[in-house]
Ligand binder design. Sequence first.
Ligand code: MOS
Length: 699
Amino acid sequence: MTGPSIGTPLARVDGRLKVTGGARYASEFDRPGQAYAVMIGATVGLGDIIRIDDAAVRRLPGVLAVISHLNAPRLAYQPHKSGIDPAAGERLHVLQDDQVRFFGQPVAVVVAETLDQAEHAAPVLEIEYQPRPPLIDIDGATLVVPDAARNSAGRIAADKARGDADRALSEAAGTVDVTYWMARENHNPMEPHATVAAWTGDRLTLWSKSQFVVNEAAEIAAIFGLAAEQVQVICPFIGGAFGTTLRTWPHVTLAAIAARVAGRPVKLALTRRQMFYATGHRPRTVQRVALGADADGRLTSLIHEGTAESSRYEQYVEGLTSVSSLLYSCANVRTRYRLAPVDSGTPTYMRGPGEASGVYALECAMDELAVALGLDPIALRLRNEPVIDEGAGRPFSSRSLRQCYALGAERFGWSRRDPRPRSMRDGRLLIGWGMAAATYPANQGKASARVGLLADGSAEVEAAASDMGPGTYTSMTQVAADALGLPPDRVRFSLGRSDFPPTPPHGGSMTMASVGSAIHAAARMARDRAIVAGTPIEAEGHAERNGEVARSFSMHAFGAVFAEVAVDPDLAIVRVRRVVGAYAAGRIVNPRLATSQCTGGMVGGIGMALMERTVLDPRDGRPVNAHMADYLVPVNLDIGSLEALFVDEADPHLNALGVKGLGEIALVGTAPAVANAVFHATGKRVRDLPIRIETLLES
Ligand code: MOS
């Protein structure tokens, strides 16, 4: 008999496979007779394709097919929307017309015997465009009200108000009324997007990087006019994703088209540069936050108006201003959310989608208010800690933010902070300490799982799912082990196949709550049957959030993030020396994995604060820094000490496991903590992420 596995720091069950190269990623699958495809993107930002000449390409060695809208199969493109697709608008139809909607849009594909031959041939294809001037700058866009009523998340309202925030602002004793900008960010996981497509008659198998294999199979089936069962998606490992493989992007369809036209299996991998075009991005945002408070620092007014870019053909919607209705107690709150459609590919979920951007603005504004009122930033927040979710009018299922402040502050040494800007130094370096609150919804989706108990006393567990790095293989093994009463080494968990029991997207921090609950249910069922039967057993379990509970409670994870920066006073170089994050996210299934999740999220937040920024050429929307030399992400030397702490939180309302999810909240809060630390160090308030040397020097 063993003790419970949940709560123990079990090492990754797939760790050995990963470090020995045994884990296979999408582009490492090879099929007999496989050919190679290279995607070709538009070199104008908007316009018509008026001529394509493939004669020269077709004469090149090894070339098997050159496919564009002129000769691509006409695809069914049956309606298909899953919970992650924009409610309004329609996905790009790949190679179905002569229209270029954004720079880099896939307009052709070259298939050859070898990758070298395909790469050699692709640039030889002659494509002539009739360009039109695209709209790139979000300032020039005509704002639209997001179609929130039809958004699957349901919680995202374009406009929300309680009380009279504008009037309360004009009467407040202390106010802050400021605007924050955030740059576009592109996901840059180590593993590029890739798909290997193989047809057998009218059945299609895709070895494809995906955080949502069930949906990728269903969507590709809809695009090709097939039944969902005719498409199988396989993805056992993901080398990081952060949201960029939640949707099924054009290259997946392109790989399937290429394989059909070439009559052979085809491998298509995107280059790093191509990952900046049509695989989503975190939208640029402009946010006004106005806060009013009485002399004691009690919020009397909160106004949060956010605008985010979207594409012309779809409305990508996220919870940009949602946090402002629930993070603080305030009688007068008004939020407004608008989209700025530009000639670009559609943005998508990127770690902490919506909340990360919204919390940045709100939490920097709270810091500014603390300075204006002469209050400690934590004291200001504690003074405005609500009893219930005032926006939803419901109690929280649990909210341990006070404990996060206390735990994080204690560990960080916050009480030793001198509040005066430019007052703390280390030699000639300016030292800054900043903090911010964090929150993210505790999501749970409908999920299923299968558990088989074998005659030798071991168990096999299956769920579609994905593991983009958080350690899903490991944590689910722990959940199954405990529910079955087995040690974890007697449990084998498999994931990443669309024919396994269906699960929701591996995103929105909902995998533990959703898949974990389904595995828990299936394992309990299998164990109960085994006690009766004594023979091999198979059980399929299902779990989803209890609707009554969901209507009764507001469910969110919370956190408090503390950052120390050192700033060179002459060169304005900012180094993040340490970050301490204290999180309350329900039960922690595996503290080792949870720590890894959170420190990884902090790295993403440091990137957001100081480095990550996709620069678009205003003439054609070309991402000019679409490579790792100029799109900066933090590397080891950019990162100091990172510490993640967890508040014990037992929440009986959430689900059978009592988990809230950790992936997103791990990033939320870091960027504002760093930005507030930069202000504390320098006395300069930069309201434009990433904070760059040149902005700090000129401000
Ligand atoms: Mo994460 S943006 O929910 O993959």
